[in-house]
Ligand binder design. Structure first.
Ligand SMILES: Nc1ncnc2c1ncn2[C@@H]1O[C@H](COP(=O)(O)OP(=O)(O)OP(=O)(O)O)[C@@H](O)[C@H]1O
Length: 308
């Protein structure tokens, strides 16, 4: 296990006959936000519920700070903070009452609870709402209370299952900022099916599709996973599509206008140079050449297609 905060080993789960997740393994060794990305039904909640000890896996093991979660759940859970997809809020309690209960449920020492609640309130910027009934808070502030209960016992590992679901755009920005702040002091595992969410807050990504882990790496690795395969060129004195198509080995040329063309290519790092050289030699008056990177949506689709 070494210095892993979380170590997931060959995790599989079957609800009845069908496997919801199969043979998932990964380690979390540092602070920051790790995104668990996958479409609806991919297996994110199943994975998170098992990692948090809410669901017993069919196969495999989870270690939290080296402690086997299945064998020693009470000890392991001291290091876990969990915000499930449906936050477990008791809306007839005030924010402070609820957080105090959460701290007791986490088996915190009575003498530490007051201070811990104050710190969680402060970190989630809800101190001014401490005496308000949770049902009288907006969705964004209720989500802050949900995050506060996940960090009240100062766990090293915080798990947030689709934490921005159902929030309005301003609330989403606020919650993302809060998650970034929390990730400065904790390892955060965040699940989402929103690609832009991953791009906005995650340092590392695990992508899960159809119950299988199909990608694991940094945000940059993910972004660069598929090399660009087209560029758009604009020529003031264009020689026309046929000439451009014959110039160098390519996978096709699409005329976007009289002056603009999209050129598709295989892995040829020198192709843009060839077009630039020809343009200079033939006085085509090159105005623009833009290499087109794959969007995250395309990467997602490509990786999903790779499974099994
Ligand atoms: N309690 C259950 N009983 C039977 N099948 C289940 C149960 N919970 C989930 N599943 C199935 O397991 C698979 C994975 O579901 P899971 O909820 O883990 O996916 P998810 O990625 O979290 O999706 P979502 O984003 O929609 O919550 C799906 O096919 C789902 O229908």
């Amino acid at each position: 296990m070494g210095s892993s905060i979380v170590s997931v080993k060959n995790l599989s789960h079957r609800y009845s006959v069908q496997w919801a997740i199969k043979d998932i393994s990964f380690d979390i060794t540092k602070k920051g936000v790790m995104g668990l990305l996958g479409s609806n039904g991919a297996g994110k909640s199943t994975t998170m519920n098992i990692i948090c000890g809410v669901l017993n896996q069919t196969e495999g093991e989870v270690f939290i700070n080296g402690i086997n979660l299945r064998e020693n759940p009470v000890e392991a859970k001291k290091y876990i903070g969990f915000l499930p997809q449906q936050p477990p809020l008791y809306t007839d309690l005030t924010v402070e009452e609820y957080l105090r209960n959460a701290a007791f449920l986490r088996l915190m020492d009575k003498s530490e609870v007051n201070k811990a609640v104050d710190i969680a309130l402060e970190r989630c910027s809800i101190t001014h709402f401490r005496d308000r009934l949770i049902k009288n808070l907006s969705g964004g502030y209720q989500q802050r209370v949900g995050i506060a209960q996940a960090i009240v016992h100062n766990p090293s590992f915080v798990v947030l299952d689709e934490p921005t679901n159902g929030l309005d755009p301003n609330q989403i920005v606020d919650i993302r900022n809060l998650i970034r702040e929390i990730a400065e002091e904790h390892s955060v595992l965040l699940s989402t099916h929103i690609l832009s969410e991953v791009q906005a807050i995650c340092n590392d990504i695990k992508m899960i599709d159809n119950g299988h882990l199909v990608f694991s790496g940094s945000m940059e690795d993910f972004d660069n996973y598929i090399a660009p395969d087209s560029f758009v060129i604009e020529l003031n004195h264009s020689p026309g599509k046929e000439v451009l198509a014959r110039l160098a080995p390519n996978k096709g040329v699409e005329a976007l206008s009289e002056k603009r063309f999209r050129i598709f290519f295989n892995e040829d790092n020198t192709i843009t140079e060839k077009y630039i050289e020809e343009s200079v030699m033939n006085d085509w008056d090159l105005k623009e050449l833009v290499v087109e990177r794959c969007s995250l949506d395309q990467i997602f689709a490509q990786l999903s297609g790779k499974v099994k």
